[in-house]
Write a protein that binds this ligand. Structure first.
Ligand code: BEZ
Length: 256
């Protein structure tokens, strides 16, 4: 497998228009955070800022960070009263600044997990907590396999080997956190069948999130590749006129 290095340009408008389930599900994770008024909270990978703003509304002194300029621009525009910064999680400079770090559906994009976990630990005050949800082991494995098959059929064998995400098991991620000093108090792995919006649900999903697989491929070939992936997925991911994705979620609460 080839790991990816180049960062993506996110389409923040498409994200909000068609993939709002990402932060809708995140509202449930907010309950685990149990924000206390006045707490210093970092929203790691804040995207377009919807959950950051909800943390602020609950009384948290929140800072949202994301490494996508498009997402940060959209978050600032939507919530000018909330602070947002463009920042890579593996390069966070904070020293014991936060009571809590909250992260929804982001950590699986980070392949340098050692660096990221180390920075998260360093950013928390002693006794501070990390509340996260990310893709877990076997997340969207059908979609990944279909994209790889479609790329291979077109002769793009190197692209088919791209590994854009890190989907750990409970054991793997809890161990990593413990190795860096965290005490894991809660961990859960569960399946979430996720409805995708519209007749082009899976195609839109691949265009939004599967960009690493498509980088470097001539524009003319992309529609055929996406169409093939669509056809491969139809028998299993299209039910009663509705596209679905089989997400596996990993939720963890860990303390410093
Ligand atoms: C996820 O939230 O699990 C996810 C979203 C997009 C791409 C890969 C994983």
């Amino acid at each position: 497998m080839r790991h990816v290095g180049k960062s993506l340009r996110w389409n923040a408008a498409l994200y909000d228009a068609k993939h709002d389930f990402v932060y809708s599900f995140g509202e449930d994770l907010l309950r685990l955070l149990e924000v206390q008024p006045g707490e210093q909270i970092l929203d790691l990978g804040c995207g377009t800022g919807h959950l950051t703003q909800m943390i602020a509304r609950r009384g948290g002194q929140v800072l949202g960070i994301d490494n996508s300029p498009d997402m940060i621009a959209k978050a600032r525009e939507a919530y000018p009263q909330v602070p947002f910064e463009l920042m890579d999680a593996c390069e966070m400079p904070f020293q014991e600044r936060f009571d809590a770090i909250f992260s929804n559906a982001v950590l699986h994009w980070i392949l340098q997990q050692e660096a990221c976990v180390q920075r998260m630990y360093q950013s928390l005050k002693t006794g501070g907590r990390l509340v996260l949800e990310m893709g877990g082991k076997r997340n969207i494995e059908g979609i990944i396999s279909a994209i790889r098959q479609a790329l291979s059929r077109k002769g793009y064998h190197e692209q088919a080997g791209v590994q854009p995400w890190y989907f750990p098991s409970i054991g793997e991620y809890a161990s990593l956190l413990e190795q860096h000093g965290f005490e894991v108090k809660f961990a859960m792995h569960f399946e979430r069948e996720t409805k995708l919006s519209g007749e082009n649900g899976i195609e839109d999903w691949i265009l939004m999130f599967g960009q690493y697989f498509l980088q470097g491929i001539p524009q003319d070939d992309i529609p055929a590749i996406i169409h093939t992936a669509n056809e491969i997925l139809k028998p299993t991911h299209y039910k009663n006129g509705q596209w679905v994705a089989y997400y596996q979620r990993l939720r963890i609460v860990a303390y410093k």
